[in-house]
Design a protein. Structure first.
Lengths: 100, 218
């Protein structure tokens, strides 16, 4: 099939190794005392980089039809909407916390 | 074998409602991406529960996280990243008509997925020994917080659902392995390998977020 991007074995291994390095960084950063909530921000940021690398170079989004990337981005947007609107409610409640 | 018969072999998979093999491949990929987006929102609901409870009970999360073994969580992360690499290599083998490469890389991916589930099994059984069960069955006394069982309900739901997805992935890849050994896949047709690979990478991505959020709350 023409037009299919074939990554070299070296490239795929390079992506894998960079993911392993980022995993080591993820664990290492957890041992550094960062004031909340920035510790969560840093952890999520590193996870986002790892996820983007998997999506772009293992899932081939970098070379694929842009529509697939659009699907992913819009899906993530709706996820952010879910979290954002939920938090807009739960974070600003003045009621006591529920018993559960 | 005549020329026409050889071409028929290469295009036998093309269904009548597609213009050519490429269009069929691209629509299969798009269909899988639509499914993956539903999976993101599926897990997204659980992440929403995690976030709300962490906002309400931040101390609980710090205390409860001590019951999760960071080392084995880290090993599982490495195992899944490795399996993403090998499934990508399996797709590459299919693209290059290397049947042996497809088989070997799928085998290693399945093996790594099994390693992940074995480690999960030991994690869960260790917790069960301590009385750490989800929800109403929680009997562990070691965490001084009235909502401790809620954290572990969330933990079991998220990692359990993820584990179910790993098992489904194992099943899919065993099916791919059987077909690959029969020589079904070649550089003109490897669509099932490609879209199963996409599914597997998403399972890896979900774990990439689960690991720091559950195991690295320190």
């Amino acid at each position: 099939m023409s037009g299919h991007h074939i990554s070299s074995a070296k490239f795929l291994w390079g992506v894998g190794i960079s993911l392993l390095i980022l995993t080591i960084i993820t664990v290492g950063v957890a041992f550094i005392e960062i004031p909340s909530p920035w510790n969560i921000v840093v952890a999520i940021a590193i996870a986002l980089v790892k996820a983007s690398i998997v999506a772009a170079f293992f899932m081939n989004l970098y070379w694929d039809s842009r529509f697939n990337l659009l699907l992913l981005v819009v899906g993530i947007l709706f996820f952010i909407l879910l979290i954002g609107i939920t938090l807009m409610d739960t974070l600003y409640r003045t009621d006591p916390l529920p018993s559960f | 074998m005549s020329q026409t018969s050889a071409i028929d072999q290469l295009t036998a998979h093309v269904q009548h409602h597609f213009v050519d093999s490429d269009q069929q491949f691209e629509s299969a990929k798009m269909g899988m991406w639509v499914f993956l987006v539903t999976e993101i929102l599926f897990f997204g609901g659980l992440f929403a529960a995690y976030i709300v409870y962490r906002a309400w009970y931040p101390d609980l999360y710090i205390m409860a996280s001590e019951q999760l073994d960071t080392f084995w969580g880290g090993v599982n992360t490495v195992v899944l990243i490795g399996s993403s690499l090998t499934v990508a290599m399996a797709i590459r083998s299919a693209q290059l008509n290397q049947q042996k490469g497809i088989v070997i890389n799928l085998l290693i991916t399945i093996a790594l997925a099994f390693v992940f589930m074995v480690i999960k099994y030991f994690e869960y059984s260790h917790k069960f020994e301590l009385g750490i069960f989800p929800g109403a069955y929680y009997t562990f006394e070691g965490i001084d917080h009235p909502q401790a069982n809620i954290f572990f309900s969330i933990y079991y739901m998220m990692t359990g659902l993820h584990g179910v997805h790993v098992i489904v992935g194992i099943g899919l890849m065993v099916w791919l392995l059987v077909k690959a050994r029969k020589g079904v896949f070649h550089s003109n047709y490897y669509t099932p390998v490609e879209i199963t690979g996409l599914y597997w990478h998403l399972v890896d991505i979900i774990w990439i977020f689960l690991f720091p959020l559950l195991y690295l709350i320190d």
